[in-house]
Design a protein around this ligand. Sequence first.
Ligand code: ADP
Length: 230
Amino acid sequence: REENMLRAEKLRVVGELAAGMAHEIRNPMTTVKGFLQISKENSYNIEPYYELLMMEVSRVSELTSELLQFSKPHAGDVRVIHLQESIQRAVSLAEAEANYYSHLICYEPESEELYVRMDRDKLVQVLLNLLKNAFDAMPEPGTVTITSSRSDEWCTIEVMDTGTGMSEQELQQIFNPFFTTKETGTGLGLSICHKIMNDHGGSIEVQSREQHGTVFRMTLPLATGAQKVL
Ligand code: ADP
């Protein structure tokens, strides 16, 4: 019986995903198809619309690569990694974009070295996603502050921005696939972050205040001494 319920729940999730996906792919494709059709039937010059059409096609291809993230075998290249170093890497990668928007990223690594068992690229991907969302949410110039800390066998990473924040209603939906408030967003970023953290035995949660900012808090189990030696 429990198995049946699990299967029903899985089917429901797949159904929701499929509906969202179909919608996201059909809309840009309808635009492209429409332009091709009028260009063919009326020899209408669509050159001025190339840019727009390229954007629609890029959106679909971006969406499909993001969807692949969901289907990849769950954890990837899991090993013991240095937490502060991985955060620093994400910060370096995001610096150019931050400068472009006159935003500031503050990260002061704490002195105690922390280790977690995780696919480093995925941790960096999660952080880049949160940083990018923060940049989008902040009037320029804004500040994103990253902290990491330890409590018992867990570490916590916080990414805090000075952005527009979110309403209660938005907050409830942000981890749902395809929920986006952005014109060119896919709404997959945070649901992928959520999946990555879960796959590694961690979690991600959010607190936000409208007009004040948002903080994403992630926790991960620390690697044990024995794991570090391996
Ligand atoms: P996308 O960035 O493509 O919209 P995400 O899943 O990354 O997809 O984010 C979903 C939505 O959550 C965003 O459209 C935005 O409304 C909201 N959001 C995410 N991060 C923040 C943030 N730091 N501040 C305010 N809103 C945010």
